[in-house]
Design a protein. Structure first.
Length: 272
């Protein structure tokens, strides 16, 4: 959790762009970087302990993304408001954009919102986040700067009673230009169990940010999911950031392949 945060945030403050002029071809997003609830939302009817759980954010994802971006001289774009308020990695028509239930936890403060209340949340956090990504990418492309988009997330070791064996998962759709060499590099590491479209796939509606900003522009992209018990402390965060830095330092996208087959036939899950 961030230190010395204000009690609320203006829309211009709900997204943070670090190193917007980064020389790296990689641009990183952290869509669920914060568990911060502005004061006007109270606790959304949840006990305080729930606000540190995965339902509120992706624990450990931001420290890893920050270290990785800094090491690579890359741009990082992060949300600064909890996904309990609004999930920035969902389209505006998604049923879980403002979810009344996350995993198995009811969120009383998200029930029965008026259209005005829903629109206010979109304007507070969702719209600034996606505008910031668009602005960064558009400026890079206008300069002829190669751009590859990568989103960094974390996931729970157990979901609805089912254990997840993967320490890291790489999520992709039919465009495997970036995912394929990333998966290959991870699979060469001893003792690492790599999920391919695990624990989520694009069929779970977790690929929206990449679809909106990378796929729509023909840019290579991939989504990283790290099991959050691996990055719960600084030692694990540094380990994974260093490991990924070594991979990304030499990572080049593969040529686009002719196959358009998707590996997306999975049931929908609410948190990513």
């Amino acid at each position: 959790m961030e230190k010395a945060r204000p009690i609320s945030l203006a829309p211009s403050e709900t997204v943070r762009v670090t190193n917007p002029g980064g020389a790296s071809p990689f641009v990183f997003t952290c869509d669920h970087a914060s568990n911060f609830l502005p004061v006007e939302f109270g606790t959304l009817g949840l006990p305080a302990a729930d606000l540190s759980r995965h339902i509120a954010w992706d624990p450990g994802a931001l420290p890893v993304a920050s270290r990785l971006a800094q090491a690579l001289d890359a741009t990082l774009i992060e949300t600064r408001v909890s996904r309990l308020v609004i999930d920035c990695n969902r389209p505006l028509d998604a049923p879980d954009l403002v979810s009344p239930v996350s995993e198995t936890t009811a969120i009383p403060g998200n029930v029965g919102l008026s259209e005005k209340q829903r629109a206010a949340r979109i304007d507070l956090a969702w719209r600034p986040f996606h505008q910031a990504i668009s602005d960064v990418i558009d400026k890079r492309l206008a300069k002829g700067q190669e751009t590859r988009l990568v989103s960094v997330h974390s996931f729970t070791p157990v979901y609805k009673g089912k254990s997840r064996p993967w320490q890291i998962g790489i999520i992709h759709d039919e465009d495997r230009r970036l995912a394929a060499p990333l998966i290959s590099a991870l699979q060469r590491l001893a003792g690492i169990c790599v999920g391919v479209n695990e624990p989520y796939s694009p069929a779970d509606r977790v690929y929206f940010t990449l679809e909106r900003h990378a796929r729509s522009r023909g840019l290579a992209c991939a989504m990283i999911e790290i099991r959050n018990d691996e990055i719960s402390g600084e030692t694990g965060q540094r380990k994974w950031a260093d490991l990924l830095t070594g991979i990304f330092s030499n990572l080049e996208p593969e040529e686009a392949r002719g196959s358009r087959q998707r590996t997306m036939g999975k049931s929908v899950q609410s948190a990513s």
